[in-house]
Design a protein around this ligand. Structure first.
Ligand code: TA6
Length: 284
């Protein structure tokens, strides 16, 4: 049902096994989902150049972005959660439905407080279903007097045979920040978004559902998100791919990042309160 094995020290991984070659592998470094296989078909992209040294973020899978999305004056880009070693709060357990569930968590420590001086608790529950992967996130502010604000995003790298043949629905009419055009704002006029160049866009107040066509085996991927008002679309394309050391020059056609997040505006968490968000990925 699950195992923990050690790859290159000091990271270790947790495998959820639902049977029928349906598995989910989580690296405790960043609680990064590094594999999701449905009937033995890998759904996620991980770069062949990815580094598993327990220091660098893992290039691919589903890095966990918290408490900052993007560049950060106080700490690492995309925050510290994706480079922390997470705790396996609840080892994988088979539910009565046959699904497999595990819970991962982090809380503030000396390192996090040195860059972001707030107490926090973060829990990350994954449920592996037959053709779905569910993500439930809770961020808790245990302070009695401090309010803090944060971004939260699942930086999902989907594996595709050829990104030029994939489409993303559910963005028509949305405003977006275009990081390839100096962060200027535009409105999406296309019914479906396609990728034919360097793409790095933060779509705002997007619908709860997106469909990506032509993922693995020509199937579709449905993304449902709750309390994640934004959707980031990213593909580095040729030039940026060359600039990224842990990304192969020839890998950009085989991935598309469609990232559910709360990034345009921060979440503001009052003392003693919690924030919850969730995502469901479904192979159609
Ligand atoms: O989510 C898109 C993005 O913000 C891009 O701007 C690009 O920087 C990407 O994340 C990867 O960032 P990373 O820090 O993992 O290299």
């Amino acid at each position: 049902m699950y195992s923990t094995s050690s790859m290159a020290a000091p990271t270790s991984v947790v495998v959820l096994d639902r049977g029928n070659n349906t598995t989910c592998t989580i690296n405790l470094h960043g609680a990064t989902v590094v594999s999701w296989r449905v009937n033995n078909q890998e759904q996620l992209f991980v770069s062949k150049q990815a580094v598993f040294d327990g220091k660098k973020p893992i290039r691919g899978g589903i890095p966990f972005v918290f408490p900052q999305f993007g560049p950060w004056n106080f700490g690492p880009q995309h925050g510290f959660a994706r480079i922390m070693r997470w705790h396996l709060e609840k080892p994988p357990e088979r539910l009565h439905t046959g699904d497999v569930e595990a819970i991962f968590s982090i809380m503030d420590n000396e390192f996090t407080r040195s860059v972001w001086n707030y107490p926090f608790r973060l829990s990350y529950r994954l449920i592996l279903r037959e053709k779905e992967l569910h993500f439930n996130i809770g961020v808790y502010n245990p302070s009695k007097e401090l309010t803090f604000s944060f971004n939260l995003l699942l930086h999902t790298y989907f594996k595709v045979p050829d990104v030029r043949r994939s489409q993303v629905t559910g963005l028509h009419g949305c405003t977006f920040i275009d990081k390839t055009r100096d962060g200027a704002m535009y409105q999406e006029t296309r019914d479906v978004v396609t990728i034919n160049e360097w793409t790095d866009r933060i779509y705002q107040n997007t619908p709860q559902e997106h469909i990506i066509t032509n993922v693995v085996s020509g199937r579709k991927m449905r993304i449902q998100k709750y309390n994640f008002p934004d959707t980031v679309i990213w593909n580095p394309w040729v030039d940026k791919a060359r600039e990224i050391a842990d990304f192969g020059d020839d890998e950009f056609p085989n991935m598309i990042c469609v990232e559910a997040g709360h990034v345009s505006t921060p979440v503001i968490l009052l003392p003693g309160t919690a924030f919850e968000a969730s995502q469901i990925l479904q192979v159609m």
